[in-house]
Design a protein around this ligand. Structure first.
Ligand code: ZN
Length: 464
């Protein structure tokens, strides 16, 4: 009897202590830093975490950005206006109106302690702010992109040593991670199942749209990647923060990777050796090369100086490359077209990806309207280090063989080299809009030289 009364007393005392301490701590911890200045938050106004969404008080932020803010108590509506830009939000409704069109928020605005809070993600997307969330210090950093063009640090620099991840994508055998700083990750491969673990030290999640507390996990949609069963990311530990990304592979007997930073993005290229089950063609250890003569059929490509379609040039050269590669005992050659037909770009990509080809080469002729003096050879790759290497090698051979002006190797966002999953290049042999180059490109002798240069480049790249 005596014992249970004592227990009850203890419990009451504990409650008395615990409750107020917890609420006060939460209210005082969070900070909002806008363009390096800490905002003064009115009493009880705070940053809150609702179902893993960081929500910020919209009025304080909008007013500090010199937006006009109106609150309609009756309809629970917040309208924000600056110049021609108008935003309308309603408490409890996921639908918002931004410049006369409907926008769906990932979580509805809420009224918390007489303050309307909205998801941080909405603020970044609709109000043009770069946002960051330091989960450890509970600091929201907002940068007005209109006034401060892409500052690499976050906030006022006091808390700014932590690198922030803003976006993670996986497609075409590439993991792409957008972040503030170039941090060297620790990469480990593990077996059973085959997986790659990428750890970024001193790194936390920034504007990912949701907050991931330590231990919880996010996943990417990898339904387009048959070799990947899962890509998951998490804040592996705190203090110091560490972001971990795990790529779990499926039916893969071996995997190689290369890493690089391109324009502030970390890129991890995977090349996988398929396991025994998928339907890969039997190639007897041969290298699979896909040659893609650009355009064809209903798509003429560009029209040359003397009114000939680009598709004729690309096919003629492609067939010469085919004739040479057919004599190579260690190369299995596949053409995307051998006649005047038009496979779509997606079909060309799918062909090469399904074959798990070793090399993809797309052949084109360049042109520029109204500038017949422009000339030269340029070679495109997209992001992947292996594609860049292939591009450098073939480009070197083309410049040597043809003697056209060297317009260099370039990173180009072109579908057939972007969506293919192997080393892939797109060759712009020369300018069909230039009188001299067109004449050369249409000649048998120059096409023979170009074909030999392409074949030499492919063989050099493949160490054959
Ligand atoms: Zn073309």
């Amino acid at each position: 009897m005596k014992k249970s009364i004592l227990m009850l007393l203890w419990f009451s005392i504990l409650m008395l202590f615990l409750l107020p301490v917890q609420t006060n701590a939460a209210a005082n911890q969070t900070k909002i830093i806008l363009d390096g200045q800490e905002l003064t938050l009115p009493n009880d106004v705070e940053v809150v975490n609702v179902r893993n969404n960081i929500m910020i008080p919209i009025r304080v932020v909008a007013e500090n950005l010199k937006f006009n803010v109106n609150w309609d108590q009756k309809t629970q509506n917040v309208s924000i206006q600056q110049g021609s830009k108008a935003i309308s939000l309603t408490v409890g409704q996921q639908e918002a109106i931004v410049e006369n069109s409907n926008v769906t928020l990932n979580i509805a605005p809420q009224m918390i302690k007489n303050t309307v809070v909205v998801p941080l993600r909405f603020v970044s997307e609709e109000m043009g702010l770069r946002v960051g969330w330091n989960n450890k210090e509970k600091i929201v950093t907002l940068t007005n992109t209109a006034s401060v063009p892409s500052s690499p640090s976050n906030g006022n620099g006091n808390e700014g040593t932590t690198n922030l991840v803003h976006e993670i994508n996986y497609a075409n055998n590439q993991l792409v991670v957008s972040m503030d700083q170039e941090v060297t990750p620790v990469i480990t491969t593990l077996k059973n199942p085959e997986r790659i673990v990428v750890d970024f030290p001193s790194t936390d999640f920034g504007n990912m749209g949701q907050v991931l507390p330590v231990g919880s996990m996010g996943k990417l949609d990898t339904s387009d990647s048959p070799n990947v069963s899962e890509v998951r990311y998490s804040l592996f530990k705190n203090d110091p923060a560490q972001v971990r990304i795990v790529i779990e592979l499926n039916n893969v007997s071996a995997v190689n990777y290369s890493q690089q930073y391109v324009a502030g993005k970390f890129i991890l290229d995977l090349s996988m050796v398929n396991g025994p089950t998928p339907a890969t063609p039997v190639t007897d250890g041969k290298k699979v090369v896909v040659i893609d003569p650009g355009h064809g059929g209903s798509d003429p490509g560009t029209i040359s100086f003397t009114n000939k379609p680009e598709k004729n040039f690309t096919l003629a050269l492609g067939l010469k490359v085919q004739a040479l590669l057919k004599q190579e005992p260690n190369i299995e050659l596949i053409m995307t077209r051998e006649t005047d037909v038009y496979p779509t770009r997606s079909e060309r990509v799918k062909l090469a990806n399904d074959l798990n080809a070793d090399v993809f080469v797309s052949i084109h002729g360049n042109s520029v309207k109204g500038s017949p003096q422009v000339s030269g050879t340029e070679t495109f790759y997209y992001q992947r280090a292996s594609s860049k290497e292939l591009a450098n090698i073939i480009h070197k051979h083309l410049i040597e063989a043809l003697g056209f002006k060297d317009r260099s190797v370039k990173n180009g966002n072109l579908q057939v080299i972007r969506e293919t999953t192997m080393p892939a290049v797109l060759l712009e042999i020369g300018f069909l809009s230039n009188k001299d180059e067109e004449e050369a490109m249409m000649s048998e002798s120059m096409q023979d030289k170009a074909a030999q240069a392409i074949v030499d480049g492919i063989k050099e790249y493949l160490n054959l």
